[in-house]
Structure formats: structure tokens, C-alpha cells
Design a protein around this ligand. Structure first.
Ligand code: NAG
Ligand code: NAG
Ligand code: NAG
Ligand code: NAG
Ligand code: NAG
Ligand code: NAG
Ligand code: NAG
Ligand code: NAG
Length: 492
């Protein structure tokens, strides 16, 4: 009876061990299955309401990776027809209507079942900042109308607001470094997340129609702490210098340039050194009154309704000289940590991505291939003095502006921001990074949806260390139990 009992006892133990090992195996498979379940796709949309035009961006990402860097991609970009929303100050309902075409397009790319979960934002920049300065109730009405339109669509509308210049700069900086994956670095050797090297963090240079922004991570020893913003992203602190210059976007700059040239001469016909020979532009002095950048009274000029003809002279050196007069460099004295108008800026550091109008102007001039500063200067000078036979035909509409824009960009980067022959080579003129357009919109959405955690990521892209470790533990346990059962059987 002892033998029978012992045999029954061991069979029971073997049975239990086999059952346990089967359970363990099933559990480990289930956990692996968890990780490989198809993720669901999420969407978000942001309108970039700039001073001269509005664009809509639709982004998408896998829900199970949303806290990782670089996983959001751009599904759609749509250019709104017509002018920027601030141009509808006298007819605000039209600002709302202008958005419909792009909203309809977006509804076609987001599956109907997911539309109600799509966070939808509208961010307005310098054009609306200027309108608010000039007529704040008109600015409020425009925002109310675009809100009304967006609320008619079955999306999760989260607000229409005017960004500050510093927010615009910071979100551009976040967008670039998110897309270029520079925030998080996992060291497989050390099995840990390591602080990204400062040299791998990119600065951001943004040029719009009404303002321009510079954002970068300065050397901490030269930092003026009052002028930096502090962010905690993926477990690390970043102290970012960012400054936005209102009225230094390219369109406001061109208007200020025209006003200055007219004020100096005070005549009805005025030479414009930046416009091509054989090109005339008629401008009404009343147009200067529509923007706070040009509506200040000037003792040399009465802003009546007079029309003035600007006559192109195609004078490269004259153009550069006239543009430099738009900056007050003397307000900085001998200070090196100063751009113009007495604005503080630490020395530029590291690599920069120059996007929006920096890119478009240089692209037109074929200057986005990393040419040396000497080549860039020569190309611009040659372009400015070139004569254009078809300058008045409609497809050349923007051509007369490129000389002024290019010289403006050079002055801003070299004389104001103080890039030199060496650091010039650290500026990359880009429109896209990976699949997405570079701008402030992605960084804005990431921040407002809390998709950039303050803590380091919990997983390496593609697989999850903790779950894999658990699965492997289970498998080893299964094998050990099976082996023990086998030994017991043999022993009996
Ligand atoms: C992302 O992070 C937030 C807050 O840190 C957390 O609540 C959420 O579960 C995370 N999502 C994923 C998919 O890891
Ligand atoms: C430009 O205007 C000037 C004077 O107003 C005139 O003499 C000249 O012919 C015009 N040039 C062109 C190309 O229209
Ligand atoms: C200025 O020119 C516009 C069209 O170019 C014309 O309608 C307007 O009457 C002119 N203004 C004056 C004061 O001459
Ligand atoms: C170009 O402009 C500069 C500065 O205004 C002037 O000194 C020079 O004479 C101009 N050159 C030509 C060819 O008009
Ligand atoms: C430049 O700035 C200085 C100091 O703020 C000021 O005195 C000077 O008038 C400014 N110059 C111009 C042309 O505005
Ligand atoms: C260029 O500027 C950088 C700092 O922005 C500085 O370290 C470097 O010495 C400068 N180079 C030259 C040639 O002036
Ligand atoms: C840029 O390059 C293209 C192709 O090489 C050429 O057709 C175009 O004229 C160039 N643009 C300028 C402004 O030189
Ligand atoms: C992002 O949002 C948080 C609040 O969630 C805010 O404290 C932070 O300043 C924002 N970041 C930027 C760059 O504005």
C-alpha cells in the first residue's frame, strides 16, 4: 500500500507540475500576444493661421506608442485659399468660411468612426497679434467665427487662440527635435536612457510674414536666466533661449522698407534698389495705416491717400544698405550678446534648421544645398542685378521680392543673430523633417495633448523590455517545471 500511495503521490505532483508549466506557457504566449496586438491609429489636427495664409495639418500616430518620440506622422496638409484670417477683420464670417474646404478634406482622411476623438486646434500667429494690437474686438470676432465653423464639424474642438511669439518659437523647436528624434537616446550597452548630447539638439529659425523667431539651447555658462524657458521632456530639463521679433516677418519688412525709402525721398516717384530694373510698383500711402508696424507717424511723411510709384533699380549693394537701416544696430553699442534694438541673445550654438520663408526664398534661389556663405552672397548679388524681361507677367508676381527677402535673410542671420563664416555651415534650410512639414503646429499639438511626458519613455521603439523579460521568465519557468516533472517520473 505504501508503494501505491507513493506512486499516486508522485503522479499527482507530476500532474500538477505539467499543469503549471502549461499555464505558464499559455501566460507567456498571452503576454507576447499583448505586445503584438495591432495598435489603433489616432488622429489630431491643427490650423496654422499665419499672417498671409492658413494651412491645415492632420497628424496620425499609433495609440500604443503615443508617448515615444518621432512616431507622429503627417497625414494631410491643406492650404486654405485666400489671405490669412486677420485680413477678414471687416468681414469676420468669411474667415470661418475660408476654413471649410480644408476641413472637408480632413473629414475624408479621418475614418468617420474616429472623427469625434480628433483633437482639433487653431493657432494664430503674428498677423492676429498685430490685428489685436490695432483692434482687439475685431480680432475677437475673427476668432469667434473660426471657432463657430470648426464646431460645426464632428471633431473634438479644443480651441482657437493667438500664440505668443515665444510659444511659436518654442513649439517650432519642439517640432524639429521631436521629428529628428533628438530628445531620447537609449543606450543598449548601458541598458538605460542617456542624456542627449547638446550637439544633437537642433536650434530653430522661423521666418513668417509678420514675425520671425529664433530658438536654441545656449551654452549654460553664458545664459541669462531671465531670458530662457525651461522644459522637462522625456526626463531631461532643457533651458531654451527663444525670441520673437514682431514686424520683422518678410511682408512687414517689405512694407517698412517701402515706407523708409519714400520717407527719405518724399516724392511721388521713388527708386527701389531691391526691385528689378523695368519693374514699377504703385503703392498707396494709406496702406501703411493698416499695420502697427508702419502706422507710426513720421515727420518726413504725411500718410495721406497719395499713390507713390516705386521704380526698380536692381542695385544689390543699395538694397543691402537700405535693409540694414531697418535694424537699430547702434542700440546694442559694443555688446556682443545683443542682436539689435537692444535685444539680448546669447551666442548661437550648435546646428539649426531654418524653415518656412527662410526655406522658400533660398529654395527659389537654389541655395538650400549647403553652399558656403561666399557662394550664397555671390548668388544673391547676381540675382539682384539680373534683368528680367518678363517681370510684369503674372507668373512672375513674386519674383521682384526675392532680392529684398534674400538680403533681409542675410542681414538677420549675420548682422543680427551673428552667425559667421564658420557657424553659417551649421544652418540647414529645410521644409520637411522625415514625413512632416517643419513648423510650430506639431509641437503645439504634442504639448496640448500631453504627448510629451516629463518622464523618460518606458520602452524602446519596436519592443518592450519589461514585457519581454516577463515572457522569457515564464518560458524558463515552464522549462524548469517540465524538467522537474521528467526527473520525478524517471526517479519513480
Ligand atoms: C502616456 O503617458 C501618460 C502620462 O505619463 C500615461 O497616462 C499614458 O498611459 C501613457 N500612454 C501610453 C500609451 O503609454
Ligand atoms: C516706371 O515709372 C516711371 C516714372 O513713373 C516711368 O518713367 C517708367 O516708364 C515706368 N517703367 C515701367 C517699366 O513701367
Ligand atoms: C491710387 O491708385 C488707385 C489704383 O491704382 C486708384 O484707384 C486711386 O484713386 C489712386 N489714388 C490717388 C489718390 O490717386
Ligand atoms: C547703388 O546704391 C548705392 C547706395 O545707395 C549707390 O551708392 C550706388 O551709386 C548705386 N549704384 C547704382 C549702379 O546705381
Ligand atoms: C536706436 O536706438 C538708440 C538707443 O535706444 C536710440 O537713441 C536711437 O534713436 C535709435 N535710432 C533709430 C534710428 O531709431
Ligand atoms: C563664429 O562664432 C562662434 C560662436 O557663435 C565662435 O565660437 C567662433 O569663434 C566664430 N568664428 C569666427 C571665425 O569668428
Ligand atoms: C534654379 O535651378 C533651376 C534648375 O537648375 C533653374 O531652372 C532656375 O533658373 C534656378 N533659379 C535661379 C533663381 O537661379
Ligand atoms: C506645454 O504644456 C505645459 C502644460 O501642460 C506647460 O507648462 C508648458 O510650458 C508647455 N510647453 C511649452 C513649450 O509651452
Amino acid at each position: 500500500t505504501m508503494f501505491v500511495n507513493k506512486k499516486h503521490f508522485t503522479s499527482a505532483i507530476v500532474g500538477a507540475l505539467v499543469a503549471l508549466s502549461i499555464i505558464a506557457l499559455v501566460l507567456s504566449l498571452v503576454r507576447i500576444e499583448d505586445v503584438t496586438l495591432p495598435p489603433t491609429v489616432k488622429y489630431g489636427m491643427v490650423f496654422d493661421a499665419g499672417s498671409s495664409h492658413t494651412s491645415l495639418f492632420v497628424y496620425e500616430w499609433d495609440s500604443d506608442k503615443e508617448n515615444d518620440t518621432g512616431v507622429v506622422s503627417q497625414n494631410l496638409s491643406c492650404d486654405v485659399q485666400g489671405q490669412g484670417i486677420s485680413s477678414y477683420a471687416n468681414d469676420p464670417a468669411k474667415a470661418g468660411d475660408s476654413l471649410r474646404e480644408c476641413l472637408n478634406k480632413a473629414m475624408k482622411v479621418v475614418p468617420a468612426g474616429k472623427q469625434r476623438d480628433v483633437p482639433a486646434y487653431l493657432g494664430a500667429t503674428a498677423g492676429m497679434r498685430l490685428l489685436r494690437e490695432q483692434n482687439s474686438s475685431a480680432a475677437d470676432q475673427v476668432l469667434a467665427e473660426v471657432t463657430k465653423t470648426m464646431q460645426e464639424y464632428p471633431v473634438a474642438f479644443k480651441g482657437a487662440q493667438i500664440l505668443t511669439g515665444e510659444e511659436e518659437g518654442a513649439y517650432g523647436w519642439i517640432t524639429i527635435n521631436y521629428l529628428l528624434d533628438s530628445f531620447t537616446k537609449y543606450s543598449p550597452k548601458a541598458h538605460m536612457w542617456v542624456r542627449p548630447e547638446a550637439a544633437n539638439i537642433f536650434g530653430a529659425l522661423d521666418l513668417g510674414g509678420a514675425s520671425t523667431q529664433i530658438s536654441f539651447m545656449p551654452e549654460s555658462s553664458v545664459m541669462n536666466w531671465n531670458e530662457t524657458s525651461k522644459f522637462t521632456l522625456y526626463g531631461y530639463n532643457y533651458n531654451i533661449y527663444t525670441h520673437s521679433y514682431l514686424c520683422y516677418g518678410q511682408n512687414e519688412m517689405l512694407k517698412r522698407l517701402a515706407k523708409e525709402l519714400i520717407a527719405v525721398r518724399g516724392e511721388l516717384g521713388v527708386d527701389h534698389p531691391c526691385y528689378p530694373k523695368d519693374y514699377n510698383e504703385t503703392i498707396s500711402l494709406s496702406s501703411f495705416r493698416t499695420s502697427p508696424c508702419t502706422n507710426q507717424s513720421d515727420p518726413r511723411l504725411i500718410l495721406g491717400d497719395r499713390n507713390v510709384t516705386l521704380e526698380g533699380r536692381g542695385n544689390a549693394s543699395g538694397c543691402l544698405a537700405a535693409i540694414k537701416k531697418l535694424f537699430n544696430f547702434s542700440a546694442c553699442g559694443q555688446r556682443q550678446d545683443c542682436t539689435f534694438d537692444g535685444v539680448y541673445q546669447p551666442p548661437v550654438r550648435g546646428q539649426f534648421i531654418a524653415f518656412s520663408a527662410f526655406y522658400y526664398n533660398f529654395k527659389f534661389l537654389n541655395l538650400t544645398k549647403g553652399q558656403s556663405l561666399a557662394t550664397v552672397r555671390e548668388t544673391i548679388e547676381h540675382f539682384c542685378t539680373r534683368s528680367w524681361e518678363n517681370v510684369r507677367s503674372p507668373q512672375w508676381k513674386r519674383l521682384p521680392k526675392y532680392c529684398a527677402n534674400a538680403n533681409y535673410i542675410l542681414t538677420l542671420l549675420l548682422d543680427a543673430y551673428k552667425f559667421n563664416e564658420t557657424s553659417w555651415n551649421n544652418i540647414f534650410f529645410r521644409m520637411k523633417a522625415g514625413s512632416a512639414d517643419v513648423g510650430w503646429t506639431l509641437g503645439y499639438m504634442l504639448n496640448l495633448t500631453n504627448m510629451i511626458p516629463a518622464e523618460p519613455p518606458t520602452r524602446v521603439k519596436g519592443h518592450v523590455p519589461s514585457l519581454w523579460a516577463a515572457a522569457i521568465t515564464f518560458i524558463i519557468l515552464t522549462l524548469a517545471l517540465g524538467f522537474a516533472a521528467l526527473l520525478l517520473l524517471l526517479w519513480v
